[in-house]
Design a protein around this ligand. Structure first.
Ligand code: MN
Length: 394
């Protein structure tokens, strides 16, 4: 058996806040959520997978654009032509009351608003049960796991779920615990909601596919989907990058100079040396040790002139674009925008809860003593220390 697990397509994401870039680049960025999914469908057809799973947030907004629904229907039709079934559910971004399959082609199975289980028989006669549900409202605060059935007597059983691990507070996204998922004895959990791809558990796999295309700098690094293949009685996920555009940060210690042109040449050169060649990189340039520069140059760094010069000087290359330039004064923590601060708070709320810490420490430290010490630490203290660590300059 071979299938694709993806989620969080966020089709038609607006990419707010990116300005002053060449029109062709803007178009490429703006269509990147579409391009990434198109590539997944290309791969599904080329690899002749048995089926495709999408674990929620197909659309970025609950009021979907016509461009997005048209595009998605066309891609489903391509899979239909290739006789590849597609199983999908809606998440907190595209929640809706599900009535049938809403004009999607015959190969598409849309999970309704209650947990249901559907079964498919593959060409090799293996049977696969797939369980899941769609959000009918933005928030689902109850633990959905009680509604998922125990493992069926099929060859494989896969759980699909859009949600987040239970926390102390703000459990709005179908809160669950990892042990609850494990207790179902399924062969694979195809999760959606968290945009960073990761295996919560390796075997049997409990997997966030992440979103196939990062949408802002907090979604840096590689984005793609998981290709899952059976080996004996196990399912093995393999990450496949597809993102058209990757967000990255390049940190450069300022050189000591009073000459603006020289500084700009130096910065361009540093970016060229550090930048990844593929895919296209949206670079945030982080300048440290700026106190070595004259006040006049520091001013030009901060007021945006240097960024504008660098953008103009490097406008022709088709591998990267500097979309932002930040200056760090020595000994200060990098500042965060309000948006970043929101994401930080959201992530921190999810991480700094006793259950999560216990889970993390248990896997980090097989030493029970150390684990118990870590779990008795004051959470606020731990949060402060981690914030310092994550925001420090090097
Ligand atoms: Mn999402």
């Amino acid at each position: 058996m071979r299938f694709i697990h993806t989620a969080d397509l966020h089709l038609d994401s607006p990419f707010l806040g990116l300005t002053a870039m060449p029109r062709s680049l803007w178009k490429r960025i703006h269509s990147s959520t579409f391009t990434a999914f198109q590539k997944i469908v290309d791969d599904a057809i080329e690899l002749q997978v048995d089926f495709v799973l999408i674990s929620g947030d197909i659309y970025d907004r609950d009021s979907q654009s016509i461009a997005a629904t048209d595009f998605f229907t066309r891609q489903c039709e391509r899979l239909n032509q290739a006789q590849i079934p597609l199983y999908l559910l809606y998440g907190n971004h595209d929640y809706q009351v599900v009535h049938g399959k809403d004009g999607l082609p015959a190969n598409v199975y849309v999970f309704g608003n209650r947990v249901t289980t559907t079964t498919i028989t593959l060409a090799n006669h293996e049977t696969v049960a797939i369980s899941g549900f769609s959000y009918d409202q933005r928030w689902i605060s109850e633990d959905p796991l009680i509604k998922y059935p125990p493992k069926r007597k099929t060859t494989w059983h896969i759980g699909m779920l859009h949600g987040a691990v239970q926390q102390n507070q703000d459990n709005h996204y179908a809160p669950f615990t990892i042990s609850e998922l494990e207790a179902k004895n399924y062969d694979y959990w195809a999760l959606g909601h968290i945009h960073k791809h990761q295996l919560l558990v390796a075997n049997p796999p409990i997997v966030y596919s992440g979103n196939p295309q990062g949408r802002h700098k907090n979604e840096a690094g590689q984005h793609g989907y998981y290709l899952v293949e059976s080996q004996g009685n196990k399912l093995i996920p393999q990450f496949k990058p597809v993102a058209e555009i990757e967000w990255s940060t390049i940190k450069v210690a300022a050189m000591s100079t009073a000459n603006l042109a020289e500084l700009e040449r130096f910065l361009s050169q540093k970016v060229i040396e550090a930048v990844k060649k593929t895919p296209f990189q949206l670079v945030e340039l982080l300048i440290t040790k700026s106190d070595q520069l004259s006040p006049a140059i520091q001013h030009l760094l901060i007021n945006g002139d240097v960024l504008e010069h660098l953008q103009r000087q490097n406008a022709d290359n088709n591998q990267w674009w500097i979309y932002n330039l930040l200056v760090h004064q020595s000994n200060s923590l990098p500042s965060m925008t309000d948006l970043d601060e929101d994401y930080w708070q959201q992530a921190a709320n999810e991480v700094f809860v006793p259950a999560k810490i216990a889970e993390l420490t248990a896997s980090l430290a097989r030493n029970a003593d150390l684990a118990s010490k870590l779990t008795t630490l004051d959470l606020q203290q731990l949060k402060r220390a981690t914030t310092q660590l994550l925001r420090r300059e090097d």
